[in-house]
Design a protein around this ligand. Structure first.
Ligand SMILES: Cc1cc2nc3c(=O)[nH]c(=O)nc-3n(C[C@H](O)[C@H](O)[C@H](O)COP(=O)(O)OP(=O)(O)OC[C@H]3O[C@@H](n4cnc5c(N)ncnc54)[C@H](O)[C@@H]3O)c2cc1C
Length: 1003
């Protein structure tokens, strides 16, 4: 008996193997060639976050892609973001295989850490295995022919908003229309092809446009286009093919009533232009017949309406009693009766037909009711106002956005068109009230409301004679639209990752529950119908409900005549939306086209929230004054020779100038990754500064370190400095020929002083500061305008750091002040300042992420802070930030995030760099950065004691003690010479030939 069962299973597997897996690789390849490489492998949107993937051929290891995962995570509940992914679905259950509960979906509610791979499995679900992404009709037709030939389901997908799974299908090929976005065409008097006259203002748009784009374009010309509340629904695809409603429908008609012309590619390869004058059957079918059924729409032209100011406004008995009156007054909009479930209620509607006073009078009953709730502490906002740009302004309101849907959450939606007749008499209203109360009691899982009432039927819209029954403009939507007051919706909502959210236990049961929940309303609206785009997938008698019998019969005839689309969306298949897929014995076809997967990064950016201006944390950024018109110039020398000098400096305009320059540069990189700075459009002087650093690198190459066997500073560094000093003037003359000798002298002094001390063979944050003072001098000489600041921090400065690392490694430069043990880094400070602000706007890299090697691998090239951590990790002889860099480790625990760290870094710059005598004793004052009055006069005998200017040892009187270099900011190591960890590591490597190092003191 077991034998027979086994045979039966194998038999079932062989038979279950879908045709797509039988197609030879060579056939895919030739299809791909014939369409210019526009064939791609379809993958679920969230795949980059997963570590195991099954595209229908079995599970395989999948390398997580942190960047792509982060982008997906960021946009997982954002409509426009999802539309940018072929494998993205606004209602994610339609990308899954609901029968098996497999798929590849992230939680819509819970944050996902893009850094940690999800070890769960990612299944193909209902995402098509291949898709064609092309605007060329011949390519699209090739796909249709291929699907016909191989008998595989063909899906037409635009934005992936469909509530009934018609833009996804397991084991299918898809045409992706989202990127068919040629330039928009405006006509003040559009003349449809074959018609004799113009029909008024119109907008012609390609198949891929979304409403948000059209609203903006129309508004820019003071027009409105009738569309829905969600900005990311496609205007040319399923919306119009299904009917299309919105807040303007009541006054201006459904989307189908506003379409003036459609261009469609038929299955036989012809492109038909349908309008009220030609191809009228097709025009009828495409406006209500359902998406993807009659061909692929390439282009739509819709009527534009002049923008007019509108009155905008905010139970159950009241809503019912006023429904007819409000409809006749032109009110269109959305009611979310949340009060019924104890949550926020919304009543957001507009009308172009009333004055403000009339609108207030019209809404008085609902306002009085809402006000009366005040004594039960219900927060109330009533706002009946004139919206100058009408619909466009309405769409910007939070209430309108709320009704846009639960993007990123699973959904089982059922709906019903509620006819005017149900509101006509008190008895009918009571009947409706009873039903609504009953449905409220038996509500579906939904975090917000038990149901939506959409005042989006064309109740007040008078169909023109041309569009009446039998006219050339008749549409194929259900006639129930024309006499209904409400489009009533009841969504069950649950998180894709929460298997317990559905008490019912399975997705199919959720749909079944939703199907039953709306039955009471069906019973009292027996002759009505449902909006096919938002309907129950188990809608009983769907031909009648979605189209009406007469329309359906005509559609069937047209369908037969227009040539067969190898559709994946036949109504019969909807009753079984998730058929079991093939078993494990599927061969390893299809070919791996993964290198053709378009970069998983949004192509078009979603309408951006205004970026929060960078906060000005820590010390303020003083305004950077414009460069002086005739700058004073003099040779820079040390002037801080006592604590008193230092105090004078801290109160001086030069202190202000330095902080304003450094902080303005730091502020300029808020949220900016290095890769976003275009290397092609660098300022010529920034390019010059880069070449000067290249020459410095060459000098280093020409002065290799001596093998001294010591872990301490290599004396050849002095030769490097002296060679650099020799060439500094000529180098700068070449790149900045207009600089006077005095200016050259001043600039090059800071330049030479920014590579370390030849006397002590050390380097620290004071030298780093000198490099920025060199840039500040160039700024004061009007050579580096503020537009260059981001590139100074993110292009030039990293090049300088790279050179400094080479010098540190070659010559074992000792960390000046020995900050390395306790500080951020042995040598540098500014990259942490700039880097913290770079990350301050980052959506997911949190301070703790510095402990994650994959994060450092993926992002260190883009963010200076992470680059510093990567470098520190690489140069220390012990593993773990906790041990080798306790300060970095502590900082990573800052919960308030990078903005707080940036604030801290600014404070540190003021207190630990400029505020530290041990650092500032070396600071050079000249004409561009003048010393304050009262500071000690330059002493001809001191300074220049080393091999390079600015290099000499200075005795600064600190209190009663003479103290040169042992005053450490973050820890003291008095008397003990500390080698750089770079030097220690390099030397041990040489000696031991490996990485296993002995612990060093302080290291
Ligand atoms: C968040 C949200 C908000 C919504 N708001 C509204 C609303 O306010 N008003 C309203 O009426 N509806 C609304 N809907 C429903 C919407 O109208 C449907 O989901 C519609 O099917 C979406 O069409 P699409 O082309 O954008 O999506 P897709 O899922 O890409 O496509 C839907 C259907 O259209 C077909 N199709 C797409 N492009 C073409 C083409 N070029 N040629 C032929 N067939 C094509 C597909 O094959 C599929 O059958 C909303 C849906 C969601 C998820």
């Amino acid at each position: 008996m077991n034998f027979f069962i086994l045979l039966a299973c194998i038999f079932a597997v062989v038979h279950a193997q879908p045709p797509i897996f039988k197609i030879q690789q060579s056939e895919w390849t030739s299809l791909n060639k014939s369409i210019g490489g526009k064939l791609f492998a379809g993958t679920p949107m969230s795949l980059p976050c997963f570590s195991s993937y099954n595209n229908g051929t079995g599970y395989r290891y999948h390398k997580q892609d942190i960047k792509a995962c982060a982008a997906v995570t960021q946009g997982k509940t954002d409509g426009p973001s999802i539309t940018n992914y072929f494998g993205g679905y606004e209602v994610p259950n339609w990308g899954q295989c609901m029968a098996k509960h497999t798929g590849c979906t992230l939680s819509g509610f819970l944050p996902v850490d893009p850094i940690t791979p999800i070890f769960g499995r990612c299944d193909q679900g209902s995402v098509p295995q291949y898709y064609i992404d092309s605007a060329d009709p011949s390519h699209i037709h090739a796909g249709i022919v291929f699907a016909q030939k191989h008998k595989i389901p063909l899906v037409v997908k635009n934005t992936g908003h469909d509530h009934r799974g018609r833009s996804s299908a397991p084991n299918s090929l898809a045409i992706w229309t989202h990127n068919i976005q040629p330039e928009l065409v405006f006509d003040t008097d559009f003349k449809p092809v074959g018609c004799s006259g113009g029909v008024g203002a119109a907008l012609t748009y390609g198949a891929g446009y979304m409403f948000g784009q059209l609203y903006d374009a129309a508004h820019a010309r003071s027009y409105m286009i009738a569309g829905g509340a969600s900005l990311s629904v496609g205007a040319s695809g399923g919306y119009t093919a299904g009917g299309g409603h919105g807040a303007l429908t009541n006054s201006y008609g459904l989307a189908v009533d506003n379409v003036l012309q459609l261009k469609v590619l038929l299955a036989n390869g012809t492109i038909a232009t349908a309008n009220r004058c030609q191809n009228k059957d097709l025009f009828f079918a495409l406006r209500g017949g359902g998406g993807g059924t009659f061909g692929v729409v390439l282009e739509t032209t819709s009527r534009l309406h002049r923008e007019v100011p509108m009155q905008g406004s905010k139970y159950l008995q009241l809503l019912l009693d006023n429904a007819e009156k409000w409809a006749d007054e032109g009110w269109g909009g959305y009611i979310l009766p949340g009060l019924l479930s104890g949550t926020l209620s919304t009543f957001a509607a507009i009308t172009p037909s009333l004055t403000l006073e009339e609108a207030k009078a019209s809404m008085k009953p609902i306002v009085d009711f809402a006000t009366s709730l005040g004594n039960i502490n219900v927060p109330l906002t009533v706002n009946i106002t004139t919206l100058p740009h009408g619909f466009y302004d309405f769409l910007q309101t939070p209430d309108a956005q709320t009704v846009g849907g639960f993007t990123g959450l699973n959904y089982a939606l059922v709906s019903r068109l509620v006819p005017r007749a149900n509101f006509k008499t008190p008895a009918r209203r009571q009947e409706l009230l009873n039903v609504l109360n009953e449905m409220n009691k038996n509500k579906l899982p939904n975090p917000v409301v038990p149901f939506y009432i959409l005042m989006t039927t064309p109740a007040a819209y008078k169909l023109p004679a041309s569009d009446e029954l039998g006219g050339p403009g008749e549409a194929s939507v259900t006639p129930a639209w024309r006499n209904s007051l409400w489009q009533f919706e009841m969504p069950a909502v649950w998180d894709p990752q929460d298997s317990t959210a559905l008490l019912a236990g399975s997705d199919a049961k959720a749909f079944d529950n939703a199907h039953r929940a709306i039955n009471p309303l069906r019973t009292i609206t027996p002759n009505s119908g449902a909006y096919q785009n938002e309907a129950d997938i188990f809608e009983p008698g769907s031909p009648n409900a979605f189209w009406g019998r007469a329309n359906y019969n005509r559609l069937l005839k047209i369908k037969k005549a227009s040539g067969s689309m190898p559709s994946a969306t036949q109504p019969e298949s909807l009753a079984d939306p998730a058929r079991p897929l093939a078993g494990p014995a599927i061969p390893a076809n299809p070919p791996d086209l993964s290198n053709k997967i378009p970069k998983l990064e949004p192509r078009r950016t979603a309408p951006k929230q205004a970026r929060k201006p960078p906060s000005t944390p820590g010390p303020e950024t003083p305004t950077l004054s414009p460069p002086p018109t005739s700058p004073e110039l003099s040779h820079p020398t040390r002037r801080i020779l006592s604590p008193r000098d230092h105090e004078l400096f801290l109160a001086s305009p030069t202190y202000q100038l330095i902080t304003s320059f450094v902080f303005t540069v730091a502020d300029s990189v808020h949220g900016t990754p290095i890769s976003s700075i275009s290397k092609q459009s660098l300022h010529p002087f920034v390019i010059s500064l880069l070449s000067i650093l290249d020459v410095a690198q060459t000098i280093l190459d020409e002065n290799p370190p001596e093998n001294t066997g010591s872990r301490f500073g290599n004396p050849i560094f002095k030769s490097f400095l002296s060679s650099l000093t020799d060439q500094a003037t000529s180098l700068h003359t070449t790149h900045f020929p207009n600089l006077s000798p005095a200016a050259l002298d001043e600039v090059t002094t800071y330049f030479i002083s920014s590579f370390g001390s030849g006397l002590r063979i050390d380097y620290g944050s004071g030298h780093e500061l000198n490099y920025f003072m060199y840039l500040l001098c160039l700024n004061r000489l009007s050579l580096l305008p503020p537009t260059t600041f981001p590139s100074l921090a993110l292009v030039l400065f990293p090049r300088y750091i790279a050179l400094m690392r080479n010098l540190q490694t070659a010559y074992y430069l000792e960390p000046a002040g020995s900050h390395g043990v306790w500080g951020l880094d042995d040598y540098h400070f500014l990259p942490f300042l700039f880097g913290a602000n770079q990350l301050a706007a980052h959506p997911f890299i949190r301070p703790l992420a510095i402990h994650s090697q994959p994060t450092l691998d993926a992002y260190a090239d883009d963010f200076l802070y992470l680059d510093m951590v990567r470098h520190v990790n690489a140069t220390k002889t012990v593993q773990g930030l906790r041990w080798h860099s306790p300060m970095l480790d502590d900082i990573s625990g800052v919960r308030a995030g990078w903005a707080k760290i940036y604030a801290g870094m600014r404070k540190m710059f003021a207190s630990e760099v400029l505020g530290k005598l041990v650092v500032m004793q070396h600071f050079l004052f000249g004409g561009l950065l003048p010393a304050a009055e009262g500071m000690t006069a330059p002493d001809a005998d001191e300074g220049d004691a080393g091999t390079a200017p600015g290099d000499g040892e200075v005795r600064v009187a600190e209190g009663h003690e003479g103290h040169a270099h042992n005053v450490s900011a973050w820890g003291d190591c008095c008397g003990i010479k500390v080698p750089s960890s770079v030097g220690a590591r390099q030397e041990m490597r040489k000696r031991m030939g490996g990485e296993g190092l002995r612990r060093l003191p302080f290291d």
